[in-house]
Write a protein that binds this ligand. Structure first.
Ligand code: ZN
Length: 182
């Protein structure tokens, strides 16, 4: 019994030590202060990890839908060539919601998905990490105060995706028609 208690005490002391550092890459949650590892599940607020590219945690797969939507919006806006029909559709689209507005703005500025999360949806970055040596890596985790709020965004992301594809397609047809007449 004595041995078990000693081991337990030792483990607790180690974590209370201000100079103690985890061997693992990761950072602390700005909401609850717990450590979340880079490529695993951390606290309930941990939704994604940014290293080379974005990696979404298993609990927050809805972000993949938002990621698809962001890619599609960015790509189609790039291809539209700013036709009048497309500009009209964009004006209509941004009025649908804050998320729709954020997507269009991000596409215009060529911003990444994480910038939408932080600027429009209230997500926050952790402190990030950087490890030297031959196994060097750096990155930052992304956290959300209430995962239930972001879950509710999944339906909206799906709806906006459909609306955008449809609107962009008919704008392209109108533009083609206009070009044919010119
Ligand atoms: Zn947390």
């Amino acid at each position: 019994m004595t041995t078990n208690t000693e081991n337990l005490d030792h483990a607790v002391d180690e974590h209370n030590d201000p100079h103690w550092e985890s061997e693992e890459d990761g950072d602390r949650c700005p909401f609850c202060g717990r450590f979340s590892p880079a490529f695993g599940s951390g606290c309930e607020h941990h939704v994604a990890t940014l290293g080379s590219g974005i990696r979404i945690t298993e609990e927050c797969t809805w972000l993949e839908r938002l990621s698809d939507l962001h890619d599609t919006v960015t790509e189609l806006i790039g291809e539209s060539g700013g036709s009048r029909a497309f500009e009209r559709f964009k004006k209509h689209f941004v009025r649908q919601s804050t998320l729709a507005k954020a997507l269009i703005r991000a596409a215009a500025r060529e911003e990444q998905l994480e910038e939408i999360l932080v600027e429009a949806l209230g997500y926050q970055y952790g402190d990030g990490w950087e490890t030297g040596g031959w196994l060097s890596s750096s990155g930052v985790n992304i956290y959300h105060p209430r995962l239930s709020d972001s879950d509710a965004k999944e339906d909206e992301a799906v709806r906006l995706y459909e609306a955008f594809i449809e609107g962009a397609a008919s704008a392209a047809m109108v533009a083609q028609h206009d070009a044919g007449r010119a």
